[in-house]
Structures are given as structure tokens and as C-alpha cells.
Design a protein. Structure first.
Ligand SMILES: [Zn+2]
Length: 240
């Protein structure tokens, strides 16, 4: 048995909403000349997918991810929110936007909703970790964190788990700046927030893991991923 593999006793659903920056061929014309912005953090979360895959391997869980760029349709926003659309898609006719939701947004959302619902039915409760990355600097503001755990502070089981995971990470890697609900709050519109509306706090515990893209670009980023996996595994197994 791989000693580095922590077997979680609480079921875990791992997702990655901004894993890729692909644009389907049928909408390529909307993005003519937009290669640069698609390749930037505005098009996707660089480094998030390899990290999410590492967590999935170490924790022995499947990963649910979507390859489509957030500039086509934003998988981490609710369908009725204006921010589900970007400047490339906001002016499309409603029928066209509905079609994009059906083909490129709903499949991932429904896969995650189903996995969460089934885990709760099977085991009574679930932990959902949505893996994201953030740009080291936005609009001239330097982000002062390497790793952040986002949760809803009004949901106590989430707060407890987030603090345990963060404390474990700080102990394992004192060199990393670990923060909570930074650079975004965990209770704004996002996939975990949508799922919180469906499930009580005792059954659904949802987190966005936000990792600085500067850390993910480092040669030793894998070691940070290993520490994230090991400490999450300890928390899930109740050893921390
Ligand atoms: Zn993201």
C-alpha cells in the first residue's frame, strides 16, 4: 500500500471548474484574436488541473472537471447571474446562450450535483473541494497568500474543517502563507454556494481551494500539492 495515500473516511468530491481554456469549434468565431486573453488567468485557472489531479490520485477519488473556458460560460457562476457570461458572450441572443448553458455549462454542474447527492445518500455527508488558482497580482494589487481555503463562515462544520486543514498545512509547510476566505469570500456565488442551498450544513461541506499561480509555477510546486493532499487526507480521516 502506498503509505502516502491517505484513505478518507468522509466521502470527498473533487472538482475543477476552471481546468481549461478550450473554446468549442462552433463558437471559435466569437474568440477570433482573443488568444492572449484566453491564455491568461481570465480564460482559466493555470495550474489548477495538475494540482486537482494530484489530489485525486493521492486521495483515491475521481476528479470532475470541465475543459471549457470561463470566457465561454462561467462554470463557477449560477445560470441566472450576469457574471456567467463574459464580454464575448453577453450579447448573444438568449436562445444561443441557453444552448451554451445546455452544452457547456450544465453537464459539469449536473455531474457535480449528482456526485454530491449520491455521496450524501450513501454516507450521510460529503466534503466537496473545488480546486482553483488565482493570479498573484490583480489590478496592481499583490495577493498576500500562497494557499487559501474559502468557506461559508455561517456554516460551522465548514469552518471547523477549514481551520483544521489550514492548521495542518501551516504545520507541514510553515513557509507557505495560508489564509481563509481570501482573495475572495467563500459565500459569494459559486458552485459550493449553489450546493449549500440544496443541502444542510451537517451534510454538505464545500470549499474552494485557491492556490497562488506563482506557487503553482514554481519548480517545487508538486511538494506543496503533496502537502495539501496529505493534510486534507488527515482531516478527512479524522486524524487531525
Ligand atoms: Zn477558478
Amino acid at each position: 500500500m502506498n503509505p502516502r495515500r491517505a484513505v478518507p473516511s468522509a466521502p470527498l468530491v473533487l472538482t475543477c471548474e476552471h481546468a481549461g481554456n478550450r473554446i468549442p469549434r462552433e463558437y471559435a468565431n466569437l474568440f477570433a484574436g482573443a488568444g492572449e486573453v484566453l491564455a491568461s488567468h481570465r480564460g482559466w485557472d493555470p495550474g489548477a488541473l495538475p494540482l486537482a489531479r494530484l489530489l485525486a490520485r493521492r486521495l483515491g477519488r475521481p476528479l470532475l472537471s470541465t475543459p471549457w473556458s470561463r470566457l465561454l460560460v462561467e462554470a463557477n457562476r449560477s445560470a441566472h447571474r450576469p457574471k456567467v457570461w463574459s464580454r464575448f458572450t453577453a450579447d448573444l441572443a438568449e436562445a444561443e446562450r441557453e444552448r451554451i448553458l445546455d452544452r457547456y455549462w450544465r453537464p459539469h454542474r449536473e455531474a457535480v450535483e449528482t456526485a454530491v447527492r449520491e455521496a450524501i445518500a450513501r454516507e450521510g455527508a460529503v466534503v466537496h473541494v473545488a480546486v482553483h488558482s488565482f493570479t498573484p497580482e490583480l489590478d496592481g494589487q499583490v495577493r498576500n497568500a500562497d494557499v487559501a481555503i474559502l468557506y461559508d463562515s455561517r456554516r460551522r462544520p465548514e469552518a471547523v474543517l477549514a481551520r483544521r486543514w489550514g492548521a495542518g498545512l501551516r504545520a507541514a509547510r510553515p513557509d507557505l502563507r495560508v489564509r481563509y476566505n481570501y482573495p475572495y469570500r467563500g459565500d459569494t456565488d459559486g458552485l459550493p454556494t449553489a450546493l449549500r442551498k440544496e443541502h444542510p450544513a451537517s451534510r454538505y461541506r464545500g470549499f474552494e481551494l485557491e492556490v497562488n499561480q506563482a506557487l503553482l509555477a514554481r519548480a517545487d510546486s508538486r511538494a506543496a500539492g503533496e502537502a495539501l493532499a496529505a493534510t486534507l487526507g488527515e482531516v478527512l480521516a479524522g486524524r487531525r
